[in-house]
Design a protein around this ligand. Structure first.
Ligand SMILES: NC(=O)C1=CN([C@@H]2O[C@H](COP(=O)(O)OP(=O)(O)OC[C@H]3O[C@@H](n4cnc5c(N)ncnc54)[C@H](O)[C@@H]3O)[C@@H](O)[C@H]2O)C=CC1
Ligand SMILES: NCC(=O)COP(=O)(O)O
Length: 335
């Protein structure tokens, strides 16, 4: 089976367009770890050709026909579903006029996944700020796809070699985190994480390490009571259902090698509790996976990198890893 993968390069002024060209050049999806695939870029063709010219790398854009059987993408090429920019993009210079274009590409890709025209979706980085500057409320792909698919709860998990970190809360101001950590939310998140580790990552009896929220996991209630009042009762309920949970442990204890060796995944309470550790371990080849959606979605571990956009020095390792992971998950789904 040749999976058909939708690919959105993301913010047109960021490194996404040049990473698309690098991805095509590497041809890693034609003969890569995940096997062969048909990659369909949902993007402005001129934008991709402009990036190819900047990199002095040829890029062939092949017309995408959803009615034709999926075919492996040849090295040096991408299939394209053309989507027009509102205005030409300049590397490194954000323009709110193109925010609607970015969201159009995401919507086309996700709707294609929901309609089973695509087997998975790989996203490049978007700039959340410029979309909001355009007057469109947007906090991230994760939340956008959950809304579009009509799913109440999804889980953001980033995976590098030997470390998986999932988050209870995602793009939330720190002052709102405590109130967002509720028993029902923890139960939903851990259930989705557990199910995905079993069925998508083929771990029979996953062990999940859970961070506390407060320093020293609350120090017995002297440094915060969320562990005692919310987290521990939720974990006890889930343990009674047979889920193996370690914690809540202080995050600075859980993220030590002996504790990590006991866990198949770590659940962090908020974005910057878990992701700095993951990025220290695997930045450049880690993959962001949204669990709990009705379709497979993976993404890069980095942002738009405006400071280096257009210079031809952006590392495509994480995009290639995200592509391989999506191909692998799509193939497993069809077994
Ligand atoms: N998957 C996504 O759509 C993500 C989007 N973002 C968004 O990206 C924007 C910029 O975020 P920042 O915090 O500046 O993070 P960033 O990841 O864009 O940049 C941080 C540093 O890493 C470098 N860097 C990032 N990717 C690189 C690559 N592939 N090769 C070489 N160097 C690379 C950058 O040059 C910069 O020095 C924000 O709007 C943020 O929300 C951030 C993370 C993920
Ligand atoms: N730090 C990861 C991140 O912000 C990616 O978010 P999303 O756009 O994939 O939801």
């Amino acid at each position: 089976m040749i999976p058909r993968i939708a690919f959105t390069p993301g913010e047109p002024a960021g490194i996404g367009p040049e990473l698309a060209v690098r991805l095509a050049g590497a041809g890693s999806f034609a003969q890569g770890a995940g096997g062969s695939a048909q990659i369909v870029a949902i993007a402005d063709p001129q934008l991709l050709q402009q990036a190819a010219a900047q990199l002095h790398q040829p890029l062939e854009l092949l017309p995408f026909d959803p009615a034709a059987p999926a075919q492996a993408t040849p090295a040096g090429a991408l299939y394209i579903q053309p989507t027009a920019l509102a205005t030409p993009a300049e590397a490194g210079k954000l323009n709110p006029a193109n925010a609607a274009y970015v969201l159009d590409t995401l919507r086309i890709a996700a709707e294609g996944c929901l309609a089973r025209r695509f087997d998975a979706l790989v996203t490049g980085p978007v700039h959340k700020g410029v979309i909001n500057d355009a007057g469109i409320s947007f906090s991230g792909h994760t939340e956008f796809f959950a809304d579009l698919a009509g799913v109440e709860r999804v889980v953001m998990m980033l995976a590098a070699e030997e470390l998986r970190v999932a988050l209870v809360t995602t793009h939330l101001p720190l002052k709102d985190v405590s109130a967002a950590i509720t028993g029902p939310r923890l139960e939903q998140i851990i259930t989705i994480l557990h199910r995905s580790l079993r069925h998508q990552f083929r771990i029979d009896a996953p062990r999940i390490g859970v961070c506390g929220l407060n320093p020293h996991a609350g120090e017995g209630g002297h440094l915060g009571r969320e562990e005692i009042e919310v987290i521990e009762p939720a974990l006890d309920k889930l343990r009674a259902l047979g889920i193996q949970l370690i914690g809540p442990l202080p995050a600075d204890t859980l993220f030590t090698p002996p504790q990590l060796a006991r866990c198949d995944a770590v659940l962090a309470m908020y974005h910057d509790q878990g992701l700095p550790v993951l990025k220290f371990k695997g930045f450049g080849h880690a993959v962001n996976i949204t669990l709990g959606l009705p379709f497979i979605r993976t993404s890069v571990d980095h942002g738009t990198a405006l400071n280096i956009a257009g210079q031809g020095i952006a590392d495509s390792g994480s995009l290639r890893a995200a592509m391989s992971q999506a191909i692998e998950l799509a193939q497993l789904r069809h077994l």
